[in-house]
Design a protein around this ligand. Structure first.
Ligand SMILES: NC(=O)c1ccc[n+]([C@@H]2O[C@H](COP(=O)([O-])OP(=O)(O)OC[C@H]3O[C@@H](n4cnc5c(N)ncnc54)[C@H](O)[C@@H]3O)[C@@H](O)[C@H]2O)c1
Length: 416
């Protein structure tokens, strides 16, 4: 199989997770990607990831601090995997296209729509591949959620009720997730949630929302985040920071198909954490399985029948996972799985890498392309815009930059 030479650009927490995914792809017997270099403006981070890569992949990637230099010294590298922090994506992605790279860009594509539109312009004139690294929908149980909705198991969708409440006043992962100019935690987590909602029910057209910053000061907590992926940087986190990005957004969403959603995203909740999700249709409800947990989903029908676990597979006899997903998770038809979060995480990112290789080598279209990536952000930004304007906001207005009060200060900050 042809192996596409790539570089990871951004050697922080997610850069490390992408490296684990590459190792998974290498070991799968279906690898179509080869890591040649790591580039990070922080040389210590780049060296650290290169050391890890050497121990995991038995071959040491080169280290760079500038993409331009990397391009000059290794013109054979065909693609960059951008895992820099979100506020830099518009800049790094545009530079990558100008240098002639294909791009896999971590979500969000940019933290502003203007930034997304600039990246889209650069991508279009480059003729290269742009794939947005949105992995959650690739989870086998999320694929199953979608297949069941598509065959109409719960009838016509009426409503999607979804929410989570947690966070207190702790710094969530790293300080940049509380800074409006870097993409706050609402956008950081929200694009994933929006992507799933639209994957299941189709496009969202209009949003009405209220947002708040309840905790303008955040403090270093005992635990800083996802698994142990960020342990290396714990000592760099200050004891206290100012938070300038929203920690609560409550939204009403109108889907194009007529369904209505209610989405609560609350990162300053004290006391008991809460997480819920339910899709209601004309014949019953589907409690979608959460990604990377492996738990079964549950369907409840009007006649009182409750269908869960492997039983739901009988409702979708034609449902099959693709070859690499089946290899990694162990079957092409799964009602649940018991891989730990860390393993599921690397399997899903490995799928993104594999698709990138297929896009470059075989002209396959990325599942989460520039327009899907932009729409995921547009729904989040529409909620923030709506809260400022005190009216509902359409996704079309946001994508066309007809209203951009919320993001204007971010665009000014980054000179977008
Ligand atoms: N898909 C997911 O599940 C998921 C999970 C976590 C993070 N992410 C995304 O991954 C991205 C990175 O997040 P993180 O938590 O790893 O951040 P991080 O702060 O841990 O790492 C970012 C790295 O990028 C480097 N960097 C910044 N600007 C750069 C530039 N111009 N050129 C080269 N390197 C640069 C930094 O020095 C740092 O090493 C974010 O966009 C985030 O939203 C996605």
């Amino acid at each position: 199989m042809v192996k596409i030479p790539i570089a990871i650009v951004g050697a922080g927490g997610m850069g490390g997770r992408h490296l684990r995914a590459l190792k998974t792809l290498y070991d799968s017997g279906m690898s179509n990607i080869e890591l040649i270099a790591i580039c990070d403006t922080r040389k210590d981070n780049a060296i650290r990831l290169a050391n890890l890569a050497e121990s995991m992949l038995n071959s040491r990637p080169l280290v760079f601090t500038q993409m331009e230099k990397m391009k000059k010294e290794r013109p054979d590298i065909l693609a960059v995997d951008i895992t820099t922090d979100s506020g830099s994506h518009h800049h790094v992605a545009q530079m990558a296209f100008n240098l002639g790279y294909n791009v896999l860009c971590e979500k969000p594509l940019s933290i502003t729509i203007k930034g997304c539109n600039k990246v889209i312009e650069a991508w279009k004139s480059s003729g290269k591949v742009l794939s947005v690294a949105e992995q959650e929908r690739r989870d086998p149980i999320c694929r199953l959620n979608k297949a069941l909705l598509d065959v109409g198991v719960i009838g016509d969708p009426y409503s999607f009720l979804l929410g989570s409440a947690r966070g207190s006043r702790d710094i969530i992962i790293l300080p940049w997730r509380h800074n409006k100019n870097s993409g706050g935690i609402f956008v950081d987590a929200g694009v994933h949630i929006v992507d799933q909602m639209m994957y299941y029910l189709g496009d969202i057209e209009e949003v009405f929302a209220t947002s708040k910053i309840w905790e303008p000061k955040r403090y270093k907590g005992k635990k800083i985040g996802v698994s142990n992926f960020y342990d290396h940087w714990v000592k760099e986190i200050p004891d206290e920071i100012d938070a300038t990005s929203e920690d609560m957004v409550i939204s009403t969403l109108k889907f194009k198909n007529g369904a209505v959603g209610q989405w609560t995203s609350f990162f300053a909740a004290h006391g008991e954490p809460l997480e819920y999700g339910m899709i209601y249709g004309s014949k019953g409800s589907l409690e979608p399985a959460k990604q990377r947990r492996g738990n079964p989903l549950t369907i409840t029908l009007d006649n009182g029948e409750i269908i869960t676990g492997d039983q739901v597979l009988e409702l979708v006899p034609d449902f099959h996972l693709d070859e690499l997903t089946s290899r990694l998770f162990g079957s092409d038809r799964l009602g649940s799985y018991d891989a730990p979060f860390e393993d599921a995480d690397k399997f899903l990112v490995a799928l993104e890498y594999y698709e990138l290789g297929q896009c470059i080598a075989d002209g396959v279209k990325p599942e989460v392309d520039a327009y899907v990536g932009r729409k995921d952000l547009a729904v989040c930004n529409a909620a923030l815009e709506s809260s400022i304007l005190g009216r509902s906001v359409t996704i079309k207005e946001i994508e066309n930059e007809e209203t951009s009060v919320y993001e204007s200060s971010i665009n000014e900050h980054w000179k977008i």
